[in-house]
Design a binder for this molecule. Sequence first.
Ligand code: PHE
Length: 452
Amino acid sequence: MESRKTRFTRWGFIFATVGSAVGLGNIWKFPYITGEYGGGAFVLVYLLTIMFVGISILIAEMFLGNYGKSDAVSTFEMIGNELPEKKPSMRYLGFMTFNGLIIMTFYSVVIGWIFYYIYSAINGLPTTVSEAETEFSTLIGENIWTQIFFHTFATLTILHFVNGGIKKGIEKLNNLLIPSLLVIMVGLLIYSMTLPAFGDSFKFLFYPEWDKLSSEAFIRAVGHSFFTLSLGMGAIITYSASVPNSINLTKSALTVGFFDTVIALVAGLVIFTFLFQYGEEPSKGAGLVFISMPVIFSQMGEIGSVISVLFLSALAMAGLTSAVSLVEPAVLYVINRFNMSRFRATISMGFVYWLIGIFAILSYSTTYGETFSLFGKPIFDILETTTDSLLLPLSGIFIALVTGYAIRKVDLKKLQIEMGDVMFRVWYFSIRVISPIAVLFLMLNLFGVIEL
Ligand code: PHE
């Protein structure tokens, strides 16, 4: 069991967890869904969910990891065995360990697109929207081999760091990339504050217009708050298995929640300032970053190519540090259960998601799209929505329930000391009652059982 031997340093753990949370979800997805669902009201629901449900579950996941000190499957099994009526079958809850690999199938493809865009930005930016649209749709629809090349490149980079293990791979990567990412984002924020459209961007994000908030927007906001905090897939459990014992879990969770939220808001402010400044629409969907942004960068003149490379590099860094946390849970599980070497475990898990990632690529292509679709939807979208709307929330409910009911209250002492009595009571109530009910409500609504 290697996780017992290798430990993060205190800052290493914070950087790695921030690295997991801050990802494509913050810089690519948050701005585009906020744009699609009309701004302020969506942001408010997102912030409220992070505060009242997300952080509670984040603390619970950190606790479980620190308690079990192993991969997620072993941790659930151990907790099951500690119950008076012994339930080793609780290990099946560890299925969430594989959510990360499912996410990786499309996450790695998107990181590949980012690499491609860095390469293409260096060679010149598109000058009109239609040119940019053609470039994006050609990449997605026609250039299968280009995508496979960059998806493979992304995979090899990610696997290289996972293969290094907690200390020599993951901690090193995060210690390097997270501070660089923060510097770039602050730089971009300062630059966008000098542009006149900054005020409009601020208003768009922070003035809720309630009539724009549909029940679908509500659900996306809740689902996204799970995705962005890396909840419900064993990433946080796995990282927290290797924390130094002295660490304050509550403070760490609050720090991670804070950075994750701030980076998403900064990314939103920057992107919408650029969009409004150059008269572009905020509601472009997934192509926002890949279609509207390059055109804007080219309109900025000289400085545009520098900003474009900086922006894309920030995206790539955010993506890579999250990706390692998506692969590590499954790798650690395989190492522990099947006594495999880290190298073999990393290669085999990597191969599985890489291969399915190719199906995801094919599902967007004009030629093979239909073959790689299920129920009329491209496999890419199916992989994305099942994790986002089903597997992550479902796992979130289990995490809350396990922490709230299967762990004895005395064992939660560490958290009680960290939080103080009042805060602890609020958290405990949230984990036992509010969070599971809120998330269940969300899922029932999503499947049309109830109407919000
Ligand atoms: N939180 C990451 C993001 O916002 C994605 C992620 C989800 C990473 C789940 C790990 C686990 O992009």
